[in-house]
Design a binder for this molecule. Structure first.
Ligand code: FMN
Length: 198
């Protein structure tokens, strides 16, 4: 049987480089699980990159949390996806999301919830993080996977007074996990479709 190699696209924004580190980790995880990965910075998206999103099997949305939601640049991109909405161009693709902000909570749940709504509007199928919460018991550590305890996507907390090199290793590992999970789930979806078509 030929190995199924899904294409996982990342559509993300990063104002100051922290969220870009998380995006790289999601990409690394997806590639390690056998996906072909396309990373697209949505604030400079080209026509060719829109076509790459249209062709992808999965799209992972990513943004810093600014003022309790995705960044303005991400929202500009999200509004532009309405062109795809009219034609159901992204219907039944796999979707997932990640965000990063300074505070441990920082209202990141709002950003991940927004990504889920965007995916649902397009008729995409959301993949959650699939990890139990870490760092929530006396025996737990801030180095645990999913140390911030999110379920619907990968979340990171980066100090507001440090550069991208300060992005927490546990958050990077959590993002790699999300990338792997999205790639594996997308391969299952593609295999299922092929089996049903055959
Ligand atoms: C305009 C603006 C709004 C922000 N709002 C929030 C917020 O609501 N919650 C939070 O925890 N951090 C907030 N932050 C901090 C950023 O989320 C944080 O610095 C993040 O690491 C930036 O990611 P980036 O380098 O990818 O842009 C805000 C930063 C900016 C510039």
């Amino acid at each position: 049987m030929t190995a199924i190699r899904p294409t996982v696209a990342l559509a993300y924004h990063s104002g100051y480089g922290h969220t870009a580190v998380i995006a790289e980790a999601v990409a690394r995880g997806a590639a390690a699980a056998g996906a072909e990965v396309v990373s697209i910075a949505v604030d400079t998206i080209t026509d060719e990159q829109w076509a790459q999103l249209d062709a992808a099997d999965a799209i992972v949305f990513g943004s810093p949390t600014y003022m309790g939601t995705a960044s303005g640049a991400f929202h500009v991109f999200a509004e532009a996806t309405s062109k795809r909405w009219f034609t159901d161009a992204w219907k039944d693709k796999v979707a997932a999301g990640f965000t990063n902000s300074a505070s441990k909570s920082g209202d990141k749940a709002s950003t991940l919830g927004y990504f889920q709504t965007l995916a649902a509007q397009h008729g995409m199928n959301w993949v959650n993080l699939g990890l139990k919460p870490g760092w929530n018991a006396t025996t737990a550590s801030e180095n645990d996977l999913n140390r911030l305890g999110f379920f619907n996507g990968a979340a990171a907390s980066s100090p507001s007074d440090a550069g991208a090199e300060a992005v927490h290793k546990a958050d990077i590992a959590t993002a790699e996990h999300l990338g792997e999970r999205v790639a594996r789930h997308t391969a299952i979806v593609l295999a299922g479709r092929a089996a049903l078509a055959g």
